[in-house]
Each structure stands twice: as structure tokens, then as C-alpha cells.
Design a protein around this ligand. Structure first.
Ligand code: IVH
Length: 677
């Protein structure tokens, strides 16, 4: 295969894997393999700039920061929807529609109303030309560079016969997990947290630097069309189906209903699914299914008459603010927390709510003993929306944040440009505790048995001050700790010992360096052979890496400049913790060509640990079963995956059998599979 063919093959293959991962949620290769393909493509493209292509998978992130967004006119206006707030109003909508279309049988499609930011994508001959926000409805901001970083959005439609023009309309959103992580990060960095996922999403889309946007976990769903040439849709259902075939994500659930009463019960069904969707849903959208009726129905100045929104009530409750406590996080940021009289909200009992920071408390004038309205707009932790001034008891005082850390009594400071207050003492037990908890967490060094209460006791007794101290612990150190049987101590020490073998990327993530999340840690571990090379890297070298922006680069440099951090690295090295990338020749190949799916609870290791061991021997681990799966490893209480594997005839192995496979020195082949098992 010549270089040009290889480039094309790589581009198609990366597009396919991207689709499998982001749209189908059925990845066939590991992140590492994906990165290897991407790196190969990048270096071929670097060597052959004549074959550059803006729709190449290497071109999602990059380009210079913009100075402003251009405004571009929409080919067809982007309207909004009329809102209804009650079932009566919705029935009126139905009656109006029927009146406008006498003698016509009407079908409605009901789908979730996603609370994000409206977007219009234009594809010409299958290629993404631009992405515009709604703006004033007639012209919007050109946010193409930012939208290209969203990996579930195809840069090229998945078809060999693309339409000449296809404008698709939908919603960009930030899912709840992404929102939470982003806000936590912002608080640790002393920045004002976003009020809700929609604001966070809008703020992200308005960033002028696409590299920064790439680090925000934005996603998109599509539900409509603008200008179209060479493609048509008879019904709304058909539009959704065709968009899906072209590789675009569409709204996840929909109902078809003609009967008005049944339509109403559909709305309740959809509302009950609200907690299950990963995105914020602020209502339902009801659309006439038959698109040939749209013209007859027409539009008002603002909104079409063929669709309407039905808005759900935000979930709120009133309760008493008993106290405001102050927590100290991993990077020393002080966060005020509302301690509430327990109250039912959206199906859970709420006792605490976040207050973000001093500015927010002052702005809302929240005082201890106030009656407060709390709201759960999808956030996992609810927020205090406002106080009820009429119910304020006498003699309340405005709340003041402490001047000294509630954990270690060191003075707190407010860094320039930051809203948050920070404890300045790096030895502060609160910071040490959350540092160690982060280090030991799943996804980082995964130390089983090192839970919150154990960490608390070890830190309180000054047995550990940083992660490296864990490796100095002996059974004697646990002698007078609470709730520690001999067996659990042995397990913990074993867990600590095992963690020395974790891959370099997990260690980098576990160090808890500000702004270095899992993805950045993996990028760094792929780019640098060992910790020494990383510690010597310049800001330019770091920023050259895909996914590493100036903020992450600066944070790494500052971290490694600190002599205390360097001491920790040395202590980790002495303890024998893996501080280098796996050398290619130490990676086994015994399981290469085999894809494993893990399900249920394993006894001797976690599923992540089993996955790491499989990968170390060249095997792949996938989260979903298909005919291509080589083995399903079924632990205790395995569920639907087991049933599916049985149905597809995928070989099922027990944990013991997996352990045998992991010890196998030679690659299993089709023929000796049975003997092995
Ligand atoms: S259809 C003519 N469907 O809600 C406008 N909109 O409040 C047709 N939205 O502008 C829009 N989910 O940004 C439609 N499933 C959905 C939606 C949806 C969210 C947004 C959209 C729209 C706004 C109206």
C-alpha cells in the first residue's frame, strides 16, 4: 500500500472507530490503539502536507485561537418553539392544529427537549462546512472550529452518496457528569462555577481557543433540518432515521401518538425517564409527524405551528438552612456547604447543597437559619436558589468565610483573579487526605482497602503525608487503628504493593496535578518515556501535544518545579513504583487478537485490574458484546451481558479460567481454545 492509500485507509478507519465509540458506544479497539492509529496518520500527514484534508480525524482540534466569531446568515431562519406549561394548553395546541387541518389524520412525535444550545450544521457534498449558533434566528455565530472538537459530530457524513446540501439542527449539551467534573475543576482552580449545564455549554462554545474547547466534554443530538438539496424526509420519524444512518446522533427516545389523551400520558412517561438521560431535559417537544403538513400549518413570527414545547416544572423544595460548613478540597480550595433540614426533592432526601463560594453567598444574601429554596436542575448536588426573605428569623448575620483553614488553622488567601479562598499549607491534613484518596481511587492507582476512613486515620496519626509514604507502611503501623482486622491489613498492604505495577498513565493521573485528568495523563504517558523526561519538558514541548493546552502545560511545570513534588517522585522511585511507560518488548502478545468483555463481580481482582492484565498481554477489552467478542469473563451476579453472550454463542469463561489464560505462555488459537478452558 502506498503512503497516500495508507493515509486514506487510516482516515476511514479512524472515522469508523470514532463512530463506534461515540455514537454506537460499541468500541472495537482500545483508546491506546486508537491513539496509535491517530499518531501514525498525523506523522504521515506531517510528512506529506500536499495531502492535507480539513475533514481528516487529525484536524478536529487545532488552529489558532480566534479573535472573534464571524456572523453568518442562516440559509433558512432558525426559529424557536412556543411553550406550553400545562396539559390544558397542550390540548389547545392539538385542537388548533386539527382546526387548521380539517379531515386530516394527524400523528405526533414526542421527544425530549434537550436543555442545551441550539446549533445548525451545514454539510455540502457530505463535508461539514460550518456550524452556526442560533444568534437572532436569521444569522448566528460561526463556531465551526469549536464544534469540530466534538467527536460525536462527523466531519464527513457516513455515506458514499451524500446530498448536495444538508443542514441539520440540534442541540449541543454538556452531560451531567461532564458538568460536575468541569465545575469541580473550576472550583479547585478558584474560578466561578457554572450555574447549570446549559450555561457551562454556552460558555464553552464561546471560548475563542478550540484547544480549550476540546477539553470540555461537549456532545450533541440532532432533531431537525434547515436547507436541504438532494435529500428529503416525508416524516419526522424518517428524518431522525436518515440522520442516524448518516452518522449523526439523534434524540434517544421517541413516541408516536395520534390520540390526544394518550399523548398526555406519553408526556408523563417521558418525564419519568428524566433522571435516566445523561443530559438535562427541560420538557418534551411535540411535533406533527407528517412533514408535508408543515407548509399548510405555517409559522408565527417566532415559531412554527407544527411543533410545541411542553415544559416540565424545575424540581424545587423549601427547607431550613441549619448551618454553613466549610470543606477543604485537594488543592486547598475552601468550599462552603449548606447543611439543610432534610427534605424530599426529586425522589431523594437532600441534606446538603453546594454554596459555591463567598461571592455567591453574598449575592444571594444567604444566612444561617434562613428558609431557602433548593433546586435540583439535574446537578447531582442541589443548589440553594434563593432565600425566602419574609421568613427570615430575627437577628441573623451575614455569613463570613473563615480567615483560617478549618482543618489546619493556617491563614487562607485569595489568589489574584480567583473567587475561591485557598488554604496555603500544603501539609494541611484535609488536602493530604483528598490527595491520597484521589491517588488510591479507581481509575488512578486503584488501591483496594484504602477507603476514606482508613486514609483519615493514617493522616491524623501523621503516618502518611503524601502518596509515597504509603509504601513505607508496615503491619505495625496499623496496630492501634480502628476497624482493622489482620486480614484487612494484609489485603491493604497487598493492594499498596500491587499498585506499584500500575501503568505510568495511572500514576500520572493519581498524582492529582491540577488540570491533569485521565485523558491528559494518558497523552503524557504516551508522549514521554518516563517521569524524568516529563519533568524536563518545556511548556512548548507540552503544548505541542494533542489535547494539552497552555493551562495544563503551566500547571505541570509549576507542579514539577516544586521541590516537595520532586522529593515525592524520588520516594516513589525508591519504593519501586512504575515511573516509566511500558517498554514495547515487555508487552506480551499471548492474548493478541482476542477481545474480552468483563461482567459481574470478580473475586481476586477488580474488573479494571483484570482489564489491565488482559491488555498487558496484548488482548483487547470491550464494554459490549458482539459476535466478534472472543470471551465473556463472567463474575458473580453477571446479568444481561451473560444472556447476550449465550445468545450469540460467545465463549463464556470463569475468573479461574481467565487466570489460567493470563498465565498462558503461548497465544491461544481457535483449535486449542477448548483445551485451555
Ligand atoms: S425542534 C423551529 N426539538 O428548544 C424549532 N427543539 O425552546 C424547532 N430544543 O430552538 C425546534 N430539544 O434549541 C426541537 N427535540 C427538540 C429540541 C429542541 C431542544 C431546543 C431548540 C429550540 C428550543 C425551543
Amino acid at each position: 500500500m502506498n503512503k497516500k492509500e495508507r493515509i486514506n485507509t487510516l482516515r476511514r478507519s479512524l472515522e469508523r472507530h470514532n463512530h463506534l465509540y461515540y455514537i454506537e458506544a460499541q468500541p472495537e479497539i482500545s483508546d491506546r490503539e486508537y491513539d496509535a492509529l491517530l499518531t501514525e496518520l498525523q506523522s504521515l500527514e506531517d510528512a506529506h502536507p500536499q495531502w492535507a484534508d480539513p475533514t481528516s480525524p487529525t484536524q478536529r482540534v487545532g488552529g489558532q485561537p480566534l479573535s472573534h466569531f464571524n456572523t453568518i446568515a442562516h440559509a433558512l431562519p432558525m426559529r424557536s418553539l412556543a411553550n406550553t406549561y400545562s396539559k390544558e394548553e397542550l390540548l389547545e395546541f392539538d385542537q388548533r392544529t386539527r382546526k387548521l387541518l380539517p379531515q386530516t389524520p394527524i400523528e405526533y412525535i414526542v421527544e425530549p427537549k434537550i436543555d442545551g444550545v441550539a446549533i445548525s450544521l451545514r454539510y455540502e457534498n457530505g463535508l461539514l462546512i460550518h456550524a452556526l449558533t442560533r444568534g437572532d434566528g436569521t444569522a448566528g455565530d460561526d463556531v465551526t472550529a469549536n464544534v469540530r472538537t466534538i467527536r460525536s459530530i462527523p466531519l464527513r457524513l457516513q455515506t458514499d452518496t451524500p446530498p448536495a446540501i444538508l443542514e441539520v439542527r440540534g442541540e449541543i449539551y454538556l452531560d451531567r457528569n461532564g458538568f460536575q467534573t468541569l465545575n469541580q475543576q473550576r472550583q479547585e482552580d478558584g474560578l466561578e462555577p457554572f450555574a447549570n449545564p446549559r450555561n457551562a455549554c454556552a460558555g464553552s462554545l464561546k471560548l475563542l481557543n478550540p484547544t480549550e474547547v476540546a477539553q470540555r466534554p461537549l456532545d450533541a443530538l440532532f432533531y431537525g433540518s434547515g436547507q436541504c438539496e438532494g435529500i428529503q424526509f416525508d416524516t419526522h420519524e424518517n428524518l431522525l432515521d436518515q440522520l442516524k444512518t448518516l452518522g449523526l446522533r439523534t434524540t434517544p427516545q421517541r413516541w408516536k401518538e395520534s390520540d390526544p389523551q394518550r399523548l398526555l400520558s406519553t408526556l408523563d412517561q417521558l418525564e419519568s425517564l428524566r433522571p435516566e438521560f445523561p443530559f438535562e431535559m427541560d420538557g418534551a417537544v411535540i411535533k406533527v409527524n407528517q412533514r408535508d403538513l408543515y407548509e399548510r400549518l405555517g409559522a408565527t413570527a417566532k415559531s412554527p405551528r407544527w411543533a410545541v414545547a411542553y415544559k416540565y416544572e424545575p424540581e424545587q423544595a423549601e427547607t431550613t438552612l441549619l448551618d454553613i460548613t466549610v470543606q477543604v478540597g485537594r488543592t486547598g480550595v475552601l468550599t462552603p456547604v449548606a447543611e439543610l433540614q432534610p427534605v424530599q426533592l426529586a425522589g431523594t432526601t437532600v441534606k446538603r447543597a453546594t454554596l459555591h463560594n463567598q461571592d455567591e453567598i453574598q449575592r444571594k444574601d444567604i444566612r444561617i437559619h434562613d428558609r431557602v429554596i433548593i433546586e435540583k436542575a439535574g446537578e447531582i448536588i442541589p443548589i440553594v436558589l434563593a432565600t425566602v426573605p419574609a421568613k427570615r428569623p430575627a437577628n441573623t448575620q451575614p455569613f463570613q468565610m473563615p480567615t483560617h483553614c478549618p482543618e489546619c488553622q493556617s491563614p487562607v488567601e485569595r489568589l489574584e483573579g480567583e473567587v475561591a479562598l485557598r488554604c496555603t499549607d500544603l501539609q494541611c491534613p484535609a488536602q493530604v487526605r483528598s490527595w491520597i484518596e484521589h491517588y488510591a481511587a479507581r481509575g488512578a492507582m486503584d488501591i483496594t482497602g484504602l477507603g476514606e476512613s482508613m486514609v483519615e486515620q493514617l493522616v491524623a496519626r501523621q503516618l502518611i503525608h503524601n502518596p509515597a509514604d504509603l509504601y513505607q507502611l508496615t503491619a505495625n503501623d496499623f496496630a492501634d487503628l480502628e476497624r482493622t482486622g489482620e486480614r484487612s491489613i494484609a489485603n491493604l498492604l497487598n493492594g499498596i504493593e500491587e499498585s506499584k505495577k500500575r501503568p505510568f498513565s495511572k500514576l500520572l493521573f493519581g498524582l492529582g496535578i491540577r488540570h491533569v485528568g485521565k485523558t491528559a495523563a494518558e497523552t503524557l504517558a504516551n508522549a514521554f518515556p518516563d517521569i524524568d523526561a516529563l519533568m524536563q519538558a518545556s511548556a512548548e514541548e507540552l503544548e505541542d501535544l494533542h489535547d494539552i493546552g497552555p493551562i495544563v502545560a503551566r500547571s505541570l511545570i509549576t507542579y514539577f518545579e516544586n521541590p516537595a513534588a520532586r522529593d515525592v517522585m524520588e520516594a516513589l522511585r525508591t519504593a519501586g513504583v512504575t515511573l516509566h511507560r511500558e517498554a514495547a518488548n515487555t508487552t506480551g502478545t499471548a492474548l493478541s487478537g482476542n477481545t474480552f468483555v468483563l461482567t459481574g463481580t470478580l473475586e481476586t481482582m477488580t474488573r479494571d485490574q483484570a482489564g489491565d492484565r488482559i491488555k498487558a498481554l496484548g488482548g483487547k477489552v470491550s464494554s459490549s458484546i458482539s459476535k466478534k467478542t472472543s470471551y465473556l469473563v463472567a463474575g458473580a451476579a453477571a446479568g444481561s451481558k451473560l444472556t447476550k453472550a449465550e445468545k450469540l454463542g460467545v465463549p463464556i469463561v470463569t475468573e479461574t479460567e481467565l487466570l489460567a489464560l493470563l498465565d498462558t505462555p503461548t497465544p491461544p488459537t481457535e483449535n486449542d481454545q477448548l483445551d485451555l478452558l
